[in-house]
Design a protein around this ligand. Structure first.
Ligand SMILES: NC(=O)c1ccc[n+]([C@@H]2O[C@H](COP(=O)([O-])OP(=O)(O)OC[C@H]3O[C@@H](n4cnc5c(N)ncnc54)[C@H](OP(=O)(O)O)[C@@H]3O)[C@@H](O)[C@H]2O)c1
Length: 249
């Protein structure tokens, strides 16, 4: 693999931390971005000096630009994302609506804009956008989040025209339900309630499953661009909110 360096956003836990692990195992130096310094330090302790903690808010692209300086990034993983509540749009505050777009759509676009010129100049790059099955299906109470993910998905399709022939690939990964803290805020921190409602009756994906898929796309020969991937738990109906009954195990 020609890639040497990566930037992974939302790297302090969940899917992002698993992706850092997967990329380090491939021999890359990984700039791991999140707001929680302690968690990033712990990740570095666990995985070694190839992990470079970058404490920043992903919405602050100017701070990220100055922290990176002239660092060359071959692989950008736009993973940081989230939602504060699951409820109808008219029950969201104006700030929550604006922040969901800033985090899930504006921030990844700004990072692509920032890092793409270097990738194109080096004729070497791979961008991963973590969207969600909510980008193409109706999950009640996620209007802004789903719209932002759908926007990022469509941005990738359009951007791929600019990238054709440049040596830079773009892969969208749309996961179904993954067992992480993602909905914890929406559950008011009730971890047991979250486990019972979201992660116990049907088996969700593990963050490492998503990381394995990403590394597989990254390892394909450079004439192959895996454009879009949907990764669902086998017990979750693809692209929808409805679960089939769990099979007998
Ligand atoms: N879990 C699922 O079921 C699921 C399904 C489909 C798609 N996804 C997508 O997968 C991605 C990862 O989700 P996850 O499940 O791993 O979530 P998670 O466990 O809640 O982790 C979110 C990560 O994003 C970081 N983050 C959040 N806001 C940030 C900000 N303003 N600046 C910098 N970092 C920020 C968090 O770190 P700090 O708090 O330390 O900043 C954390 O590392 C997201 O884009 C999500 O939309 C998740």
């Amino acid at each position: 693999m020609d890639y040497r360096t990566a930037l992974v956003t939302g790297a302090s836990k969940g899917i992002g931390a698993a992706i850092v692990d997967g990329l380090v195992a491939e021999g890359l130096t990984v700039h791991a971005l999140a707001r929680s310094n302690d968690a990033l330090q712990a990740l570095q302790q666990q995985l070694g000096a190839q992990v470079k903690p970058l404490v920043a808010d992903v919405r602050d692209h100017q701070a990220i630009a100055s922290a990176l300086g002239s660092t060359e990034i071959d692989v950008l993983v736009n993973n940081a994302g989230g939602l504060a509540t699951v409820r109808p749009l008219h029950e969201q505050s104006a700030e929550e609506t604006a922040e969901a777009v800033a985090l899930n759509l504006t921030a990844p676009l700004q990072l692509i804009r920032l890092l793409l010129p270097g990738m194109i100049a080096r004729k070497r790059g791979h961008i991963f956008n973590l969207t969600s099955t909510v980008a193409g299906a109706v999950f009640p109470g996620t209007t802004t989040y789903g719209a932002a993910k759908a926007g990022l998905s469509q941005a990738g399709r359009i951007l791929r025209f600019d990238l054709a022939g440049t040596g830079v690939r773009l892969t969208e990964i749309a996961p179904g339900r993954v067992q992480t803290d993602f909905y914890l805020k929406a559950f008011n921190g009730d971890r047991e309630g979250l486990r019972k409602r979201m992660h116990s009756e049907q088996r969700p994906l593990d963050p490492a499953d998503v990381a394995t898929v990403l590394v597989t796309a990254l390892r394909m020969p450079d004439h192959v661009d895996i454009a879009e991937l949907t990764v669902s738990p086998s017990e979750q109906a693809t692209g929808g909110h409805i679960y089939p009954p769990a099979p007998q195990r």
